[in-house]
Unconditional design. Structure first.
Length: 704
């Protein structure tokens, strides 16, 4: 986007018609984003308090605050060891910030206790890609939207959550007759525009994907040449293929047999098709398996590594891709390297100029386990940067309790209060996107430079600068003497990993400033152009980043959810996003036009279920699970299946008490990715009697 600045303030934004991802289009959040910069709750000064429980914050100079953070972290490490310290970071931070945070923890503090909110978003896509294709990250590019003859969208409401890409897809449908299959338990805005809409039962996507593989084999639409030349494991797929005929898939998914077959025919008849997904596949106790099954379809049909095809995960945050590149989850290292591998650890130690053997071979605890360890008293200090885990992690009561028990909680953010910052000992003022230079990478591996447009308020500083300042004060000046984000990016480039096709050597701040966004892999040779599709050489040879050079099939059977509805909890709660709010509303909550479009929380339920519960539009419903409860206004309708309900995740404690959806959600998680199953939670629903207090609460939620 183009920022229009007047007197050190961004007064408006407009679309950049030259940007190869958006071509000048902006969604409602993008067109109003300048209104999120200068808000009453901007954290402009460092703050601290001696007594956290109800104690007041006092303003302190930033250097005093960073020195106190450094001293207290060193003290905790001296008393309890490095594993008593942890960081929790965000996919909204610049790549440079994510990199220095990971470097500080794994290379200098000496623990792998760092995780990010990508654990809640893209972890299953990452683990699925690694197992199926050999490396994390989509193999294709946004340009594929202009070449595809068909689109399979599973568990993603692109119209609301990725509207610019949705418009590209709809344009291809209008201009070239491309067809769209949408698989989703809710009839979303995306489903409304589908060629074929398939309302599966929640949690049964894997059976449908296996069923389509069964049908494509029966239809003779398998690319045996591609399988023989470029894959392993096909011989092990026979039992899975045979086990999912249309009749059985219909029993599991609740879909008509004819519709299941119709979906397979669309895929079979499309010369080129893409699959697109977000949380509907990832936020599952079988999230990795869902991604493997999606990749199986592409590998079996050869629909990968060529224009208009491929499995394409859509990230839920602006820089989740950049964070995954620099290894900001518990098992990662820069260049999509892993702490598990001795070669990767050695290469990173050389990059960071630290002693061999410094980086530990065992990952730290993923997000849910990290807070469990804090709840048990094993982790004494947590530094949260740019995230709000009190309301985004499942079973929020446990998360809050863990933070309350910690010896030190540092929250670094651009806004205060948030539900998490209210529990901090020390607050550090970070910057927003327009106030600091840095890079971000989108879902198609496209790196964009964010130049600084306006100065930050008062004592706020770029997040990479604050992390580096604390690191220097802890005694690690040798590794964190950066003078600019460009210097950090140069170090990131030096950690490029050609083994898995992650080559940033041809990308620099200077080149991005001169030429605009660039896509990796990009070699450093003069005149070299970005490779839009991974794993394909200039002469058309396909090689995946595995030891054999081949991708792999995985036989993944459908398994019912671990926690199923019963007589006490007969409904399935799903959670998600609405079009005009963002995450926990730290930004969009200040934009009047967005709050008018999406004014408050609600619970979408089937109209027949509403009759059975005796509730009408706006009546309060008590939503209870085995972990907690909340109260939300009912929104009856026909867009959701009987026995199901859906609530947006944006509204939480700062808006009104008792509405945080993650008070009830489950900590069940995928064994491979450790991503929680936020899309499936058995709940009990009952109407709240229309007492005066409840009526007033309903009015507040409906009109705030």
């Amino acid at each position: 986007m183009i920022l229009h600045v007047d007197g050190n303030r961004v007064t408006r934004v407009s679309g950049d018609k030259d940007h190869p991802a958006s071509f000048g289009s902006l969604c409602t959040k993008g067109s109003t984003v300048h209104q999120t910069i200068h808000t009453p709750d901007r954290l402009a000064h460092a703050q601290r308090r001696a007594v956290r429980a109800g104690g007041p914050f006092e303003r302190v100079p930033l250097d005093v605050a960073t020195q106190e953070v450094a001293d207290r972290l060193r003290g905790i490490i001296a008393r309890h060891g490095p594993d008593a310290v942890a960081l929790y970071v965000s996919g909204q931070l610049s790549t440079e910030t994510q990199y220095v945070a990971n470097k500080l923890v794994k290379g200098f503090i000496g623990t792998n206790n760092i995780d990010s909110n990508s654990r809640l978003c893209m972890a299953s896509a990452a683990s699925g890609y690694k197992l199926s294709l050999g490396a994390d990250g989509p193999p294709g590019h946004y340009e594929d939207f202009e070449h595809a003859d068909g689109f399979l969208v599973v568990g993603s409401n692109m119209a609301d959550c990725h509207p610019i890409l949705y418009q590209r897809m709809k344009r291809r449908m209008r201009e070239a007759g491309a067809r769209l299959i949408v698989v989703d338990p809710r009839r979303t805005a995306t489903a409304a525009g589908a060629t074929l809409y398939l309302p599966v039962r929640p949690g049964t996507d894997l059976a449908l994907l296996n069923g389509w593989l069964h049908l494509l084999v029966k239809m003779g639409r398998v690319d045996h040449d591609f399988i023989a030349r470029h894959t392993d494991g096909w011989d092990s797929m026979g039992e899975i293929i045979d086990a999912y005929p249309p009749g059985r898939v219909a029993e599991i998914t609740g879909l008509p047999v004819d519709d299941i077959i119709a979906g397979a025919k669309i895929l079979a008849d499309c010369p080129r098709w893409m699959s697109l997904w977000t949380m509907g596949l990832n936020q599952s106790a079988r999230g990795t398996w869902n991604v493997n099954a999606t990749c199986n379809l592409h590998l079996a049909t050869g629909q990968i590594c060529r224009p208009g095809s491929g499995p394409f995960s859509l990230t839920g945050q602006p820089n989740a891709m950049g964070g995954r590149e620099v290894g900001y989850m518990s098992g990662g290292l820069p260049g999509f390297r892993s702490v598990h591998l001795a070669r990767d650890r050695a290469e990173t130690e050389a990059l960071w100029q630290i002693a061999p053997g410094t980086i530990r071979p065992r990952p730290g605890p993923p997000a849910i386990d990290l807070f469990h360890a804090m709840d048990r008293g094993e982790i004494k200090a947590l530094w949260v940067i740019g995230s709000n885990p009190v309301v985004t992690l499942p079973n929020g009561t446990r998360v809050r309790r863990a933070l309350e028990r910690a010896e030190l909680v540092v929250v670094q953010d651009a806004y205060h209060p948030t539900e998490t910052s209210r529990l901090a000992h020390i607050l550090l003022p970070g910057t927003v996107w327009a106030e600091a230079e840095g890079t971000m990478t989108n879902s198609s591996r496209m790196v964009t430079l964010m130049p600084r447009a306006v100065p930050p308020p008062a004592d706020a500083r770029p997040d990479w600068w604050i992390v580096s300042d604390v690191a220097r004060r802890m005694g690690f000046a040798r590794g964190f003497s950066y003078g600019s984000a460009a210097e950090i990016h140069a170090e990131i480039r030096a950690g490029s990993n050609e083994r898995n096709n992650h080559d940033l050597r041809g990308i620099s701040h200077a080149r991005l400033a001169a030429e605009g966004p660039l896509t990796w892999p990009l070699a450093p040779a003069a005149g070299e152009k970005s490779t839009l599709r991974r794993y394909v050489s200039a002469d058309g040879r396909v090689r995946f980043p595995t030891e054999s050079g081949r991708a792999r099939f995985w036989a993944r059977p459908y398994v019912p959810n671990a926690e199923l509805p019963d007589d006490d909890y007969p409904f399935v709660l799903m959670t998600g996003r609405v079009a005009h709010q963002w995450h926990t509303r730290t930004k969009t909550g200040h934009v009047p036009s967005l709050n008018k479009l999406n004014p408050g929380p609600f619970l979408e339920i089937n109209a027949d279920d509403a009759v059975g519960l005796g509730v009408g539009e706006g009546d309060l419903l008590r939503v209870a699970s085995r972990r907690g409860e909340l109260r939300l206004p009912a929104r009856p309708g026909t867009n959701i299946q009987p026995g199901c309900c859906w609530a947006p995740m944006h509204w939480n404690d700062l808006f009104a008490p008792g509405i945080a959806v993650n008070q009830v959600t489950s900590e069940n998680a995928c064994p491979e990715s450790h991503q929680p199953e936020l899309k499936f939670c058995p709940v009990h629903l009952e109407r709240v009697p229309a007492e005066p207090d409840a009526a007033q609460a309903h009015h507040t939620l409906a009109t705030s």
